[in-house]
Design a protein around this ligand. Structure first.
Ligand code: PRP
Length: 183
């Protein structure tokens, strides 16, 4: 696996610092909310980030999961989001949600999910991403908590995949173009 990596973009140490910084902000922002705090891990990419982040949150917090995908080809996304795994709750009005993502690209997934959860009656919905690629935005979207803004490179590791591989790398690296057929 390591031979396929051109360079490390976000080291294990930096990921740890990102998680500490964001968790501290969440701890401060929600300490007096009076509502249930629920992190929604968006499968599969945000699994590793959610795991690291939740360990640093000192408030009572629930973890839930959703799985979504863009309709059709990812490269020519239509903007339609399919929900493959949804949350099941009857207490939406008592919940402050934070949606956890590994990366924001076009912005379509998170802007759709924020709207969706608000329509279902959530007390509040915020978003948190480890990585942000603003150069790729197709819809206006700014995450509430952001780990690191990165250039438009093919990145893998710490949850991010290419063809379902590399998710288990402990850092985020740039994939060699010859591996994915780019330049
Ligand atoms: C990635 C990522 C986000 C989404 C971001 O998921 O984890 O969910 O794409 O893209 P957007 O901002 O353009 O909507 P992917 O569909 O690759 O699934 P995965 O997490 O299972 O790898």
């Amino acid at each position: 696996m390591l031979n396929d990596i051109e360079s490390v973009l976000v080291s294990e140490k930096e990921i740890d610092e990102i998680c500490t910084r964001i968790a501290n902000s969440i701890n401060a922002d929600y300490k007096d909310s009076g509502k249930k705090l629920v992190l929604i891990c968006i499968l599969k990419g945000s699994l590793a980030f959610t795991c690291e982040l939740m360990k640093k949150i000192t408030l009572p917090v629930e973890i839930d999961f959703m799985k979504v995908s863009s309709y059709g080809s990812k490269t020519v996304s239509s903007g339609v989001i399919n929900i493959h795994l949804d949350i099941k709750r009857d207490d939406m009005e008592d919940v402050d949600f934070i949606i956890i993502e590994d990366i924001v690209d076009s912005g379509r997934t998170l802007s759709h999910l924020v709207r969706y959860l608000k329509e279902r009656g959530a007390n509040s919905v915020r978003t948190c991403t480890m990585l942000d690629k603003p150069d790729r935005r197709k819809v206006e979207f700014v995450p509430d908590y952001s780990g690191k803004v990165i250039p438009d490179k093919f990145v893998v590791g710490f949850g991010l995949d290419y063809d379902e591989k590399y998710r288990n790398l402990p850092f985020v690296g740039i994939l060699k173009p010859e591996v994915w057929g780019g330049q």
